[in-house]
Design a protein around this ligand. Structure first.
Ligand code: AMP
Ligand code: FE
Ligand code: FE
Ligand code: ZN
Length: 292
């Protein structure tokens, strides 16, 4: 069983449509793939239909933009009900903040001598409801200002960079509660990636487990080196957290994040399904029957 629980389609900042993503998951031999677009569930139906056709289990997911003390924290939601009113309202607010920040970013880019227009960015966004910095990066590439997304982040768009503008995010403890209210499991994505260990030190993760029932942490992720993975695994064991592993695939949008480059232990996935089964059908959304 090969299981990849964190991927992005063109419904957010990936480059494959949901169906293409599931086709590729099938082609590389994944048995289970979760679609976890940023702050939207819009790709799940198309992904599920393609999964059904090909015999790939598609886990309904989403990556929620949260924060702690002003630093970004991403919460992966699995099996959450898209119609849950509290979660849906906050996701809409986050998407509004994604669009609302665009004017400020474009003004900064213009002042930095690398102008792109809102229309040029929206051409890259296409029909995605979740406008992301990678779309702005794509407009910068198209305009000839940078070679690739990485250069756009390194020079302009990264957190704290010269063209960075903060946007609305949800406090991480509340984000976890909203996912649970929606019947889902909450797993913190790449908790110690990109030098973020100080944002979520062990005692904070412990408090999120004890006070908010955090379900898991992503351990095997490309943003974690071997030392971080080892220490996170020990922490997950001691806190009884699910330890997942995933690619964070973004199609052609992110190098070194190929589908299946990290995977989740089948025993961990079984436990996720057991926990999700408790929520259904009254309060949540079950995993597809084929995954049972
Ligand atoms: P946003 O959703 O607009 O906050 O942009 C965050 C997204 O941009 C992440 O999901 C990644 O896909 C990508 N990203 C964030 N930071 C970097 C970085 N330093 N280098 C390359 N890509 C990044
Ligand atoms: Fe992304
Ligand atoms: Fe993330
Ligand atoms: Zn992601």
């Amino acid at each position: 069983m090969r299981i990849d629980l964190h991927t992005h389609s063109s419904v957010s900042d990936g480059t494959d449509t949901p169906a293409e993503l599931v086709d590729k998951a099938h082609a590389v031999g994944l048995d289970v793939v979760a679609l976890t677009d940023h702050d939207t569930f819009d790709g799940l139906d198309a992904a599920a239909a393609e999964g059904e056709r090909l015999g790939v289990v598609v886990v309904p997911g989403m990556e929620l933009s949260c924060s702690r003390q002003g630093s970004s924290v991403h919460v992966l939601a699995y099996g959450a009900d898209p119609a849950s009113p509290g979660l849906a309202a906050e996701m809409a607010r986050v998407r509004g903040g994604r669009l609302g920040r665009l004017t400020g970013v474009l003004a900064k880019l213009a002042a930095l001598g690398v102008p792109v227009s809102e229309a040029e960015v929206m051409a890259q966004v296409g029909t995605s409801p979740s406008v992301g910095r990678p779309h702005i990066a794509d407009a910068l590439i198209k305009a000839g200002h940078v070679r690739d997304r990485q250069e756009a982040f390194d020079r302009f768009l990264a957190d704290g960079g010269p063209a960075h503008v903060p946007r609305y995010t949800i406090e991480v403890d509340r984000g976890i509660d909203l996912v649970h209210e929606a019947g889902g499991l909450a797993v913190i994505a790449h908790p110690w990636g990109r030098g973020r260990e100080h944002v979520l030190p062990p005692q904070v993760l412990a408090a999120l487990v004890h006070d908010h029932g955090l379900d898991g942490i992503e351990v095997d992720h490309q943003d974690h080196d071997a030392d971080i993975r080892a220490r996170l695994r020990v922490l997950a064991d001691s806190l009884d957290l699910l330890a997942t592993g995933s690619s964070d695939y973004h199609g052609a949008g992110k190098l070194d994040h190929d589908l299946g480059c990290n995977t989740t232990d089948p025993e961990v996935f079984n436990e996720m399904q057991r926990r999700l089964a408790h929520f259904t059908p009254a309060s949540g959304r079950p995993l597809p029957p084929s995954s049972r």
